[in-house]
Design a protein around this ligand. Structure first.
Ligand code: 4NP
Length: 156
């Protein structure tokens, strides 16, 4: 099973989603069943570590992030099984890369798996510290829902 998380910059939300999923899979002994990666729709932060505020907040919650930024490519739509977008804009930008229905079906909003109401993972980049914990909490819940989905479908 191969999972790709996508946001705009690939320095806040998607590398955190990647780190949280890796962390949870490791705790469950499932890490060898899933390949996990993240990327951005933009080319703004290629090669960069996640934002220092995202890394600090993740560490406070027990998650270490060492991803380096990369940009989404059309090949990703072929390679990955699940492509999880953080917001509507990311979702639309991903779908613009392919007309293939099987590939389009792989693209979902991360919060489809949230157990609480909400459509988008908000971009914390221009906000305060509270926004980073809010994003962590949303992704933490959504990831539990996503893992439960994979397990219920026998995919992991
Ligand atoms: P992300 O947040 O999409 O969650 O990584 C952002 C990071 C950087 C920028 C925008 C959003 N930026 O414009 O540089």
């Amino acid at each position: 099973m191969k999972v790709l998380f996508v946001c705009l910059g690939n320095i806040c939300r998607s590398p955190l989603a990647e780190g949280i999923l890796r962390h949870k899979l490791k705790l469950s002994g499932l890490e060898s069943n899933v390949r996990v990666d993240s990327c951005g729709t933009s080319n703004f932060h290629i090669g960069d570590l996640p934002d220092s505020r995202t890394r600090r907040n993740a560490e406070k919650n027990g998650v270490i992030l060492d991803h380096r930024g990369r940009q989404l490519s059309a090949d990703d739509l072929d390679y990955f099984d699940f492509i999880l977008a953080m917001d509507r804009s990311n979702h639309n930008n991903i779908l613009q890369l392919t007309d293939d229905q099987a590939q389009r079906n792989k693209v979902k909003l991360m919060r489809e798996f949230d157990t609480e109401e909400g459509e988008e993972v908000p971009d914390p980049y221009y906000g305060g510290e509270d926004g980073f914990q809010e994003v962590f909490d949303i992704l933490d819940r959504s990831m539990d829902g996503f893992i439960a989905h994979l397990q219920s479908k026998g995919l992991i």
